[in-house]
Design a protein around this ligand. Sequence first.
Ligand code: HEM
Length: 387
Amino acid sequence: MIPDDFPDASFTGGHPFALYERLRAEGGLVRHPRLPMWVAASHAVVHAVASDPAAYRSGGGILIDEIGRPFDTPPTIMHTDPPDHARYRGLVAPAFRPSVMRRLEGEVRARVRALLAPIEAGRPFDVVGELAVPLPLQVICLLLGIPEDDWPRFFRWTEAIIPGAAPELSAEERDTLHLECGTYLLGVAHERRAEPRDDVISQLALAEPAGERLTDMELVMFLIQLLVAGNETTRHSISGGLLAFAENPGQWPADDLPAAIEEILRWTSPVVYFLRAATRPVVLGGQKVEAGEYLMLLYGSANRDAAAFGPDADRFDAARRPEAPGLAFGYGPHFCLGAALARLELRVLLEELADRFTAVATEGVPRYNGSPVVVGLRHCVLKVTGR
Ligand code: HEM
């Protein structure tokens, strides 16, 4: 029996891992107890659905609204299916190529060093506020081409846009901030149309995916999506990853950095779920799913599945080298466009931290945000030991 605290639009707190385990034990695909949709909890089912856009579409909406209905948006990269999806993705994919990431590394390292400068051994610091919030925000603003003086405004704006990330805000306040952000971005996009620069806003402002420029609405939706996608998610992997090292003494610093980064992503899985809708009747996870029925893909649950990651899947192991693909970035054609960027930020941060500090420990009790969609730490005090 699925309990009432099952993830829906009112879900708060960190991932409910005990519940995930029960759902996987029930077969990996179960009916949601209150919403008219299926819940995919096992690695095999989440992987199968995400891999097959012909059978499971994103175009009908990938998130649920406050009352639990899937909501559709104007078409964007995340809300389109092949072949339109490739057109949207092609507009921004060049900005995330490995060669661009390599060029960005020096800039990321400089930002990391500046953020680490005030962090001293023995002084408790909030890893969320001092590292995990500013780093991805600075990097995505840099890539998009937002003038540096305006970066602080984006923290408030992205908090307002992610459902549940800033529970103290009223619906009106959130709407106002959302509108402010959109208006601001449109202003910058119009400036870039007149005077293009080497940045993502200029690329999008001038792009003609179907022989025509994006409308103002499409442009704003796209930019907001990039801003939000590149921000909150990476934040939670940075803070959750450092907390994992603090809670698992002896694993810091990691000998195998690429493995540690994948383990941090598996462990934190900041995206709780995205939806897909079946395009035709299918048999999946032993269940019959009808055409049009929605499925909620629980990435955090798939990433703790013992069938994919072994009997110690519930343990943080920075040296883990699993054969199964981690699903924190999704899978298939919608695989996270910013994956290389997020990995770059994590790698540079871990390298620079390991150069300075020999151990990391917790101070006090970490607090989670209340987002039903992008889950992670809101406050987490750590202490490092110097070399
Ligand atoms: C740890 C950090 C991150 C995590 C866990 C994450 C997670 C995800 C997931 C699960 C998806 C799949 C969406 C789907 O299947 O419908 C996705 C897509 C996407 N992500 Fe990320 N993301 C991260 C960082 C970033 C960054 C830094 C960016 C930079 C802008 C970014 C931009 C995107 C975009 C544009 C898509 C849509 C791709 C598409 O639909 O083709 N993400 N991400």
